[in-house]
Design a protein around this ligand. Structure first.
Ligand code: PEP
Ligand code: MG
Length: 325
């Protein structure tokens, strides 16, 4: 079964009736990217950069980061690589950046909030990412955006860093695409406003589920309540896609839900054609796509929106899965 799946690595992700779905990898390192490519990834839809900063005693400088980003960008041979700025805090900590004890770390000093506070770290990272955009198809993405101001402030700093690179005579792509994660309910609710200022959206279901349902993603005791198939989450995803479509910007999904093959009918219904997932999920999801007829699946996806509980949605999708396998 594993060997059979591996044969799919070089095939394009297309439904039986020809709808193309791009499958990219969620990676944290060049090594991860190798694994993703081996499983047929078309680029990296989410490069989590925090691991470059973790398990060490000092900050990685611009050169070191540039090197890491450049290697992935080159290896992608023209496919997009979406580099996300530092998403530290919450469950992830850094030795040299002590974070104070917080009652609710996932609601606290985290991700873009740290970057906009510690602009020294942010500028260094933006410089390195911009420089990598000169050697490959690099896109930039901000995590945990929850307001228009945050996006505007981040983009203001980005423009300053661009001017700085001009001054230093270092090349970068001046038209680099700059997108945001939609992973906070506030962002989903104002997706139309954010779409005016962002070049693309990537829906991060891991955090979106935790914040929409008020269910800590790390808490075993309530793990049974943590599900992306809750109608509230499904509605948030749908309204985000609608806002992206209205603004003519691309939208992808990069949370764990993208790696769950049962969700394929939902993507076909919503018009999502771009998924990013952990390397181990790529072939399983591709297998499902290759065996799916898109119009029938889209109807199944649409039906999910008429159901009232996550149990009903999951059971319905599972029953639909049995029919394709
Ligand atoms: C997410 O929240 O869905 C996501 C992809 O980001 P992370 O898992 O790194 O928080
Ligand atoms: Mg997240």
């Amino acid at each position: 079964r594993k060997e059979q799946l591996q044969l799919l690595a070089s095939e394009e992700g297309r439904t039986l009736d020809g709808v193309k779905i791009r499958l990219a990898g969620n990676i944290s390192s060049l090594k991860d990217f190798d694994a993703a490519l081996k499983h047929g990834a078309e680029g990296a839809g989410l490069f989590r950069t925090e691991f470059l900063y973790m398990h060490r005693s000092s900050l990685p400088d611009e050169e070191e980061q540039y090197e890491a980003y450049r290697q992935v960008a080159e290896k992608a041979s023209g496919h997009p690589v979406v580099i996300r700025t530092l998403d530290i805090g919450g469950d992830k900590e850094l030795e040299y950046l002590p974070l104070s004890e917080e009652d609710n770390p996932f609601l606290g000093y985290r991700a873009i909030r740290i970057s906009l506070d510690r602009t020294d770290l942010f500028r260094t990272q933006l410089s390195a990412i911009l420089r990598a955009s000169a050697v490959g198809n690099v896109k930039l993405m901000y995590p945990m955006i929850s307001s228009v101001e945050e996006l505007q402030t981040a983009n203001g700093i980005l423009r300053e860093v661009m001017r700085d690179l001009d001054y230093r005579g270092l090349p970068y792509d001046p038209d680099i695409q700059v997108g945001i994660m939609i992973e906070v309910p506030a962002a989903a609710a104002i997706a139309d406003l954010l779409a005016e200022e962002a070049d693309f959206f990537s829906i991060g279901t891991n955090d979106l589920v935790q914040y929409v349902l008020a269910v800590d993603r790390m808490n075993e005791q309530i793990a049974h309540l943590y599900t992306p198939y809750h109608p509230a989450v499904l509605r948030m995803i749908r309204s985000t896609v609608e806002a992206a479509n209205a603004a003519h910007i691309p939208v992808s999904v990069c949370g764990e839900m993208a790696g769950d093959e049962r969700a394929v009918p939902l993507w076909l219904h919503l018009g999502i054609r771009d998924l990013s997932m952990s390397p181990q999920s790529l072939l399983r999801v591709k297998h499902r796509i290759l065996n799916t007829e898109s119009t029938g699946a889209a109807i199944i996806g649409e039906q999910c929106y008429r159901l009232r509980t996550s149990q009903e949605v999951e059971a319905y999708l599972e029953q639909a899965s049995v029919q394709v396998t």
